[in-house]
Design a protein around this ligand. Structure first.
Ligand code: PBG
Length: 320
């Protein structure tokens, strides 16, 4: 009898649909980004509705809430009190991230604390490293990334996440951590990070836009697929514990390739532009709120084991 294969049989009721569900989204998969800076008051970020920049104490409270909601991890981004050419506030013992990590670890020890390791929030020019001849000098920048990572580890970070796309950054960081008895601190490498237009709101939030040129000499061209394989492979060889693809939704093919080819856990970063785009569309009643879950399930279906997302808290509040 035609049609002899009726796909709709298993879609008739919710319970059956749940039974055959191929991809699940769980709170355990989420990492919530928190922006922190040294000032008294909390600031709204106009381009990212619902996301704030917290003072250190505020970030500690936020971390507690995140834990209470059942989200396992946060990633911290810092806005320093001062910026200079080398970004030296990035590795100060009493820097904004170092202090936040210390306090969060004291008050919410069971939360996994990840720190973003990059210079763009700390340099006066907004680039992710030391400038020589109008470009970021790779190997000198590695020395600074080592100092930053070490200072984050000393403050108590569980995992460091280098995001600057410098060649050799994972190896350099692994070495400095191991040499200083931080062999148990993990590295999530932003291994396949593209030169994306979707970072705009983040750069407002972190005040990290480059004041000349752009990041094309270190972040990947959006046209590249095979090159992501090489980037990932190098970071595996250099000792990364997890890989990351960023942004997420415009790069689902890269997430899938990475999943198929590597056995390390894979994170995907649903970045600020993706967040604000969905958020604004919901606010304007163009799409329903459930679009958030659809965006996250699509990232998981593509192969991400975990997702860094500004929606983490909202999602964790819902039952799903
Ligand atoms: C820093 C960094 C960026 C993001 C995370 N770490 C921005 C950039 O490369 O300019 C973007 C995150 C987001 O857009 O949510 N190197």
């Amino acid at each position: 009898m035609f049609p002899n294969k009726r796909m709709r049989r298993l879609r008739r009721k919710e319970t059956t649909r749940n039974l055959v569900k191929e991809t699940n989204l769980s709170k355990d998969d989420l990492i919530y980004p928190i922006f922190v800076e040294k000032r008294e008051d909390t600031l709204d970020i106009p381009t990212m509705e619902g996301i704030k920049r917290f003072p250190v104490e505020g970030a500690v409270k936020e971390a507690k809430k995140v834990k209470e909601l059942g989200i396992p991890a946060i990633i911290l981004f810092g806005v320093p009190e001062e910026k200079d050419k080398k970004g030296s506030f990035a590795w100060k013992k009493k820097g904004v991230i170092q202090e936040s990590v210390r306090k969060i670890k004291e008050e919410v020890p069971s939360l996994t604390v990840i720190t973003d390791v990059c210079l763009c929030e700390y340099t006066s020019h907004g680039h992710c490293g030391v400038i020589k001849n109008k470009d970021v000098e790779n190997d000198e920048t590695l020395e600074l990334l080592k100092k930053i990572s070490r200072s984050h580890a000393e403050a108590g970070a569980d995992i460091v996440a280098p995001s600057g796309m410098m060649d050799g950054m994972v190896k350099a960081i692994r070495e400095v951590l191991d040499d200083n008895s931080f062999q148990d601190i993990g590295i999530i490498s932003y291994s396949a990070k593209y030169h994306s237009n979707f970072y705009g709101p983040f750069r407002d939030a972190a005040e990290s836009s480059p004041d000349f040129g752009d990041r094309r000499t270190y972040q990947m061209n959006p046209s590249q697929r095979r090159e992501a394989y090489i980037e990932n492979q190098l970071d595996v060889e250099e000792g990364a514990d997890m890989l990351m693809v960023k942004p997420a939704m415009p790069y689902l093919d890269i997430i899938r390739d990475t999943k198929n080819r590597f056995n390390l856990p894979i994170a995907a970063y649903q970045v600020s532009g993706e967040y604000s785009m969905i958020k604004n569309a919901i606010d304007q009643n163009l799409i329903p709120e459930e679009a958030v879950l659809e965006s996250l399930i699509s990232i998981k279906r593509a192969g991400a084991d975990m997702i860094l997302t500004y929606f983490a808290k909202e999602v964790a509040k819902n039952e799903f």
